[in-house]
Design a binder for this molecule. Sequence first.
Ligand code: ZN
Ligand code: ZN
Length: 464
Amino acid sequence: MNIQFFGAAGEVTGSCYLITVGKTRLLVDCGLFQGGRATEEKNLHGFPFDPAQINLVILTHAHIDHSGRLPLLVKAGFKGHIYCHNATRDLCEIMLKDSAFLMEKDAEIENRKRQRKRLLMIAPLYSINDARKTIKKIKGIRYHEIQQPHATIKFQLSDAGHILGSSILELWLQEENKSRKLVFSGDLGNYGKPILRDPETITAADWLFLESTYGNRLHRPLAETIAEIGQVIQQAHKEGGNILIPAFAVGRTQELLYFLTKHFHDWSIQDWNIFVDSPMAIDATAVYQKHASLYDQEATELLQNDNVEAIRPLLHFTKAPRQSSQINSIRSGAIIIAGSGMCTGGRIKHHLKHNLWRRECHIMIVGFQARGTLGRALVDGAKHVRLWGETIKVAAQVNTVGGLSAHADQHDLLRWLKGFDQRLRIVLVHGENEALEGLASAIEAGGEHLKPVIARYKEIMELD
Ligand SMILES: [Zn+2]
Ligand SMILES: [Zn+2]
């Protein structure tokens, strides 16, 4: 039996691991490569294995860097089932369709250029129809239900506390008289994260495949971040403008709504109207509500709090484009949460156009902004930005609120690792080089004689 790494090896995105046990072949995750052009080109090369020969897929969570190549796999002949948590299934329905929609749109734009140059037309990587076929293959399960899809394979999922439905995978493999237990951390959330429970402790494994996204970093304390959000809201109220919050549709938007509800009185939220202006975020919020049984204790208690009733009339879920453009005429007292998270597309760009030049408005940045994005330009203090060919002056105040993260930092990764009560082999995945090396040294310095190795792209490891 062996494992081969086809993504998230020496990098963060493209998570995809092929496990062979006897005649059975299974994939853990099948994510899209995301980032620069060179990285994303890897999505176009097809799979270095035959998708028709894969018996099943187990998906750790719905993020596109874990699920985004599934429609490609199905398109290329994969016939089996895709197992994941029920909530992941519901989120995939939103996210895979959105991913396909963006690919169709990109291909359309590219083809318009190609038509002018009389070049051959291109097809999108996959279509919304491919995404639909993929969703039909997904089998949603619950945490802690042992599955045995093949004689040689048993597995169960536990809560990873990263996004709704995110899972740690425990996988038992049997080949003749040899048995091995593999654990995949998936993406781990940080302890004390809002809404979701803490990552569950796993105590035993022969092999652990551990994510390392923030393996060399520490997050600032959440309490400081929350205090800062409160300050921005109070300051903006004094100045009489709007607050724009670019936010990812899944996870971050729901956390913001959670904080606004929880601190309703402390932050005088009664003075505001809150707009969730993103169809995808609205759908994702409905999935979060549907799976409220997965909330942690604090969030479950908040559901019973009067604040929920108090905020309800102030919350506006604006799905239709007409409702969205009506927000443009509001001069003050609006908190607008919209995508995309890095201001590269989506409705947030319209709101920036209408608010950025106004000194009394605030832009609150609550997520990571990659280099080269409009969001990053704002964080870096740009005085002007270009929107649809128009130059817009940046007079609004840009507040960068760090500290909200969906991932465990080094401290939390080590804390989770301490839950294992036996010797195990650790393979580090899902991180940039500095993060992987930083985490490897921190684990080695832990004094438990653990010597992690770093997985390399396409490397095969025998699971002996
Ligand atoms: Zn993730
Ligand atoms: Zn990830």
